[in-house]
Design a protein around this ligand. Structure first.
Ligand SMILES: Cc1cc2nc3c(=O)[nH]c(=O)nc-3n(C[C@H](O)[C@H](O)[C@H](O)COP(=O)(O)OP(=O)(O)OC[C@H]3O[C@@H](n4cnc5c(N)ncnc54)[C@H](O)[C@@H]3O)c2cc1C
Length: 383
């Protein structure tokens, strides 16, 4: 990282936040003939939500048709597999089963299949109990939806790749630099940055992109947006994970999910496997007032009860508290699902300011597609 005195005090494009989304955008936008800065408040990139997730490459089943979530997830799924192949980023296309555990749930399963097919999720098929058992001998249920294009990815390696590509293109990723002020000045933005060592400085940028994850509503407010009026108020929604030990990871080959409840803020507690084959249960859904990554051991019983319905081989003793993430949700408790907001804010009097708000799941999957989407916006702005 360059010393700040070496940074030019004017940039073409500034990206706030070096999570997977900000990095993917930087990788796509960085050219030698443009000055691109990425400002990150933490010591290193990717330390918040982008390293506290399930690591799943989703296929695009759950999201409302024509939503950004559906379109960008389906496109991102394809782009990520291509990228992993070409760049040697670790991944496994394990496939996933969404399992109905009662006859009442099979109707929902058919609805999900229709939704997924309309969205363009690849290769979905409905399985009878017998067909499901042929694939996953140890899973309990009455029917299942198979999604063969769901997989898992080495997300630190993905972020490392995006960061390297951004730097190759000439972008500057400046960590320990927190955006503390945004002021519009004659067609540009003056960005004030607080440095971790106590200093501060400001510079001008033509295009400013808000990829601040759990803090994106604060950044939008700094730019002068009435976040409540715009519908940008975030709700923090915590998801805890429990690891599953005692060799139980050998008993399934795919990711196993329940049928989600309507209006649920998550996909239901599910089984994921990582690239080393470790098994986890989660994430749960709990709206919280503040960001806190502790895991409450008292929640073990609820995880056990949820898992046992589909995975009767799991014992209470197999579970250990593991980790947690916090979703930056626009959907409040009991409210309807909300789409990603990815907007050029010209109509709010902020030309050149792009907001990315509520980039929860499937944000990891969608990241390369979001980068393309935002690049189209920026190219028009800089024309
Ligand atoms: C429990 C859980 C499970 C998930 N599972 C999946 C999954 O399996 N598949 C999937 O596709 N998606 C999943 N997601 C969603 C995915 O993790 C996110 O959509 C994605 O990581 C968001 O990336 P981001 O770059 O937008 O945000 P972040 O990773 O949060 O990055 C934002 C960055 O902005 C920085 N920042 C904030 N404010 C400032 C400031 N003022 N100045 C400078 N920097 C600032 C932060 O420090 C942070 O590094 C999951 C999310 C959660 C919580």
């Amino acid at each position: 990282m360059k010393n700040i005195s070496e940074m030019k005090f004017k940039s073409d494009i500034t990206i706030i936040g070096a999570g997977v989304v900000g990095l993917a955008i930087a990788a796509q936008l960085a050219h030698r003939d443009r000055v691109v800065y990425v400002l990150e408040k933490n010591e290193r990139f990717g330390q918040e939500t982008s390293s506290r997730h399930s690591g799943v490459i989703h296929s695009g089943i759950y999201y409302p048709h024509n939503s950004l979530k559906a379109k960008l997830c389906v496109e991102g799924n394809r782009l990520l597999y291509e990228l992993c192949e070409k760049q040697g980023i670790g991944y496994k296309k394990l496939g996933k089963l969404i399992v109905a555990t009662s006859d009442g749930e099979t109707g929902h399963l058919h609805e999900l299949m229709g939704k997924g097919q309309r969205n363009g999720a690849e290769g979905l098929s409905m399985l009878s109990k017998r067909e499901m058992r042929r694939l996953e001998l140890n899973v309990e249920g009455v029917a299942a939806l198979l999604s063969p294009s769901t997989g898992i990815i080495d997300s630190p390696a993905l972020m490392g790749y995006f960061a390297a590509r951004a730097k190759e293109g000439g972008a500057e990723i400046a960590c320990r630099r927190e955006v503390a002020g945004i002021e519009k000045v004659s067609g540009e933005y003056r960005v004030t940055v607080r440095e971790a060592d106590g200093g501060s400085f400001s510079f001008l940028t033509r295009v400013l992109i808000n990829c601040a994850g759990l803090h994106c509503d604060r950044i939008a407010a700094l730019a002068g947006i009435d976040t409540a009026g715009a519908g940008y108020k975030l709700h923090y929604c915590k998801g805890e994970y429990f690891s599953v030990g005692n060799g139980k990871n050998k008993l399934v080959k795919r990711l196993i999910y329940p049928v989600p409840l309507p209006k649920d803020a998550g996909l239901g507690v599910h089984i994921t496997l990582d690239l080393e084959g470790r098994m986890r249960l989660g994430p749960s859904v709990e709206y919280v007032d503040s960001i806190d990554y502790s895991v409450d051991a008292w929640h073990k019983q609820a995880f056990y009860d949820a898992a046992r319905k589909m995975l009767p081989f799991i014992e209470y003793e197999d579970l250990e508290p593991e980790s947690a993430g916090v979703r930056p949700k626009l959907q409040g408790p009991g409210e309807d699902v909300r789409d990603f907001v990815i907007r050029d804010e010209s109509d709010k009097g902020l030309p050149g300011f792009i907001d990315l708000i509520g980039i929860e799941s499937p944000g990891l999957t969608s990241s390369p597609a979001i980068a393309r989407y935002v690049t189209d916006m920026v190219d028009k702005m800089l024309m």
